[in-house]
Design a protein around this ligand. Structure first.
Ligand code: PHE
Length: 332
């Protein structure tokens, strides 16, 4: 009998120490101290013992029950403390976070491309100018040698703004209006590039966006000729893309340049990338800008910045650049 009690006591203490959760402890306690537990059974057997053994067995039993109860209480206290600690850790509000430096972002890849282009042109002796994104019909078309109803206006899928007489105010479809604004405010010689946002009624697809960016170039000086244009495009190509790149001009048409050309750059692998338009500034455009075409001549060019960024970083779809997905943006 005393042996049984001793066994039950040792087994019980081991089981209590091994309980890892409150539920486990509760189950162990119920087993040990419950009505059908080993101690309860021993207690029930006391009555059948001879009187002289009963006293010792009773004492052993009481001690065993007290020891088991004390061990269970102790274990419970430990487990309660553990639960509480875990809860505090999970609910912990780290106030030091507010004092930590915010993680640092960076310029969007179109902004990066614009800044690199500006740097390259500054290196070639150009200055930077900007013009408004909402323009009058005169700056967007009229001053660029496209009188109203000129068919060449349909080269740009213009977005008209509901302001003034119908058709008089537009979201600029290109950066060329800034040429006129620069001529009006800057006496030649003029060597400027004009980056900015432009708008066309285009449906977004992998290579088009209704809002995109261009950089315009304008040179007006005495005795500027077509070779100056070709040489500037070539110098820019090498400075921006690298010495292994070259450029070519293809005959084209723009109302505001004469002659006009498209310019392409040749990648080291021999493939061509169409970049933009250019040409000698049309005499009517110089006149519209307040300059005497007998005294001054010049050239202009314009090309898309977004496509250059797309080309440079191997982005498959232009729309990705404006989806505002931080996982995409963070790569550049
Ligand atoms: N503005 C023209 C376009 O958007 C590009 C261009 C600029 C062409 C300057 C010639 C000279 O397509």
């Amino acid at each position: 009998m005393i042996d049984d009690v001793a066994h039950a006591r040792t087994d019980g203490l081991t089981a209590i120490a091994a309980a890892r959760t409150m539920d486990e402890l509760r189950a162990v306690e119920a087993d040990l101290l419950g009505k059908r537990g080993p101690l309860a059974r021993a207690k029930a057997g006391l009555g059948s013992l001879p009187a002289e053994q009963r006293r010792d067995a009773g004492r052993a039993l009481n001690e065993a029950m007290a020891a088991v109860q004390a061990a269970a209480d102790e274990r419970r206290a430990v487990l309660v403390a553990e639960v509480r600690r875990a809860q505090l850790a999970s609910e912990r509000l780290d106030l030091t976070e507010a004092h930590r430096k915010p993680s640092r972002g960076h310029a969007h890849l179109v902004t990066q491309a614009t800044e690199r282009l500006e740097d390259t042109f500054i290196g070639l002796g150009f200055q930077i100018a900007e013009g408004p994104e909402v323009e009058t019909d005169w700056y967007a078309f009229g001053a660029l040698n496209m009188p109203s109803s000129h068919p060449a206006r349909s080269m740009w899928d213009t977005l008209f703004v509901d302001h003034g007489p119908p058709g008089s105010t537009v979201l600029r479809p290109h950066t060329s209006p800034v040429q006129i604004r620069v001529m009006e405010t800057t006496p030649p010689p003029i060597y400027v590039v004009m980056p900015g946002r432009v708008f066309r009624r285009d449906t977004a697809d992998a290579t088009h966006m209704p809002v995109f960016h261009q950089i315009e170039g304008l040179v007006v000086d005495r005795g500027i000729t077509f070779p100056d244009l070709a040489g500037t495009i070539e110098a820019f190509t090498k400075a921006f893309f690298g010495a292994e790149f070259t450029s070519r001009l293809r005959p084209s048409y723009f109302p505001f340049t004469e002659p006009s050309a498209e310019f392409d750059i040749r990648r080291p692998d021999g493939t061509w990338l169409e970049l933009g338009g250019c040409g000698m500034v049309h005499p009517n455009v110089l006149t519209a800008g307040g300059l005497d075409p007998e005294e001054w001549s010049g050239f202009a060019f314009g090309f898309g910045i977004d496509r250059m960024a797309k080309e440079r970083h191997g982005v498959a779809d232009l729309r990705e650049m404006f989806s505002n997905d931080i996982r995409f943006i963070e790569q550049f």
